[in-house]
Design a protein around this ligand. Structure first.
Ligand SMILES: Nc1ncnc2c1ncn2[C@@H]1O[C@H](COP(=O)(O)OP(=O)(O)O)[C@@H](O)[C@H]1O
Ligand SMILES: N[C@@H](CCC(=O)OP(=O)(O)O)C(=O)O
Length: 372
């Protein structure tokens, strides 16, 4: 059952406020060091690691000497801005001991629903992973208020999982996993080891409320698992204080709750793309590009494109058609129509010279293509 975990090549690890701040006593640097050691080992085994870290508000409260979580949203935002400094500093210095570099990435949900920003965020995160850097992601609490109000970094974890096409989302929390009822009020509740993310029976179980610091509770974790499942990723909800939790998950041990997707990654992605019915333009491709696309393994490079039709923007869906008009594929385009028109027929190395920048070497990346 846990082969989905042991085989996963890219993990998003989300750590909640309650855990990170030792229940409100400032950032727990010792716990951070313990997770960092395990994440370093995970990376050494060839797994990409992306970290989603909550705890800015809680850390900021300590820094500002506040013992009670403020009710005012703007005070919460101020606390988050103060605490975020502490948070990234703690991760950076801990990873640095192992010679690894971290990067701070602050995102909002809106960033990820806007196509262009989605592609930009994706490219940046991919570049960071290629550089061997560990992205440390949190919500941009200065400019959004919904998340801080609902305390929902679980959803952010799932959106990041979709964004970087991770195979696994690991949600570290203060309970051992999802129980049949809230274990705080039901001592007889049983831990669920494995389930399908979409199983409706889970809704009643996760109905309980959250802890005092974290705000999302199990409901947002379940919702996050369902969101991650939409791009074919599995989710594990597990106790972050369990000894060597990450090492043991990687070794295939049945810890926590594994929530599985209905469909594999490829099928889920293609379904998601196929759901974008509205296309904004056409790229007419040469015979070589038709063969490359039909092999199912190639991206569409500018060099194989003969003509650009329509007025599309970066991130929109376009049709890739053969010279005789046959529709071959659809995909999300990396350049707007005007830029695309300038680079078609050219090798990818020429893009920088023509446009003055390079978003991507491909016009449409194979991950964002569906054959028709
Ligand atoms: N069925 C359940 N199984 C486990 N925990 C539950 C359940 N229902 C509610 N909870 C509560 O959810 C809390 C974890 O959520 P939360 O406080 O938001 O954590 P985090 O800060 O890690 O996101 C647990 O402490 C627990 O009391
Ligand atoms: N982004 C904010 C709040 C996020 C939050 O409370 O999330 P969580 O503890 O994971 O339920 C922070 O860093 O404090």
């Amino acid at each position: 059952m846990r082969d989905k975990v042991t085989a996963a090549r890219r993990w998003v690890i989300k750590i909640g406020s309650a855990l990170l701040t030792g229940n409100g006593k400032g950032l727990d640097r010792q716990a951070i060091a313990v997770w960092v050691r395990q994440m370093v080992a995970l990376r050494e085994s060839g797994v990409d690691v992306v970290l989603v870290s909550s705890g800015a508000v809680a850390a900021g409260m300590t820094r500002l000497g506040w013992s009670e979580r403020p009710k005012s949203i703007h005070q919460l935002q101020a606390a988050a801005a103060v605490g975020q400094m502490d948070l990234v500093q703690a991760w950076e210095s801990s990873f640095e001991e192992f010679g690894l570099t971290t990067a701070q990435v602050l995102l909002t949900h809106d960033d990820l629903s806007d196509r262009k920003r989605y592609l930009n965020g994706r490219s940046t995160l991919r570049s960071l992973l290629d550089l061997g850097v560990i992205p440390v992601i949190n919500e941009n609490d200065t400019v959004v208020t919904d998340e801080i109000r609902f305390g929902d970094n679980d959803t952010l974890g799932a959106l990041v999982t979709n964004l970087v096409e991770a195979d696994l989302l690991v949600i570290l929390t203060d309970r051992d996993g999802l129980y049949t009822a809230d274990p705080r009020s039901n001592p007889d509740a049983q831990l669920i080891s494995n389930a399908m993310a979409d199983d409706p029976k889970l809704d009643d179980m996760a109905g309980g409320s959250a802890g005092t610091l974290g705000r999302g509770g199990m409901q947002t974790k379940l919702r996050a698992a369902r969101l991650a499942a939409r791009s074919g990723a599995s989710t594990i909800i597990v106790g972050g204080s369990i000894e060597r939790v990450i090492d043991r998950l990687k070794a295939g041990e049945e810890l926590g709750t594994l929530l599985l997707p209905e469909k594999g990654m490829l099928a889920a992605r293609k379904q998601w793309l196929a759901g974008h019915l509205q296309t904004r333009g056409r790229l007419v491709v040469d015979d070589g590009a038709v063969r490359a696309l039909q092999s199912g393994r190639s991206s569409l490079l500018p060099v194989g494109v003969k003509a650009v039709e329509g007025n599309f923007r970066r991130g929109e869906m376009v049709v890739c058609a053969a010279m005789d008009g046959r529709e071959i594929a659809r995909g999300l385009v990396n350049y707007g129509a005007q830029e695309a028109a300038k680079i078609v027929g050219q090798p990818s190395e020429a893009i920088a010279g023509i446009l003055g920048y390079v978003d991507e070497p491909e016009l449409v990346h194979r991950d964002n293509l569906v054959l028709v």
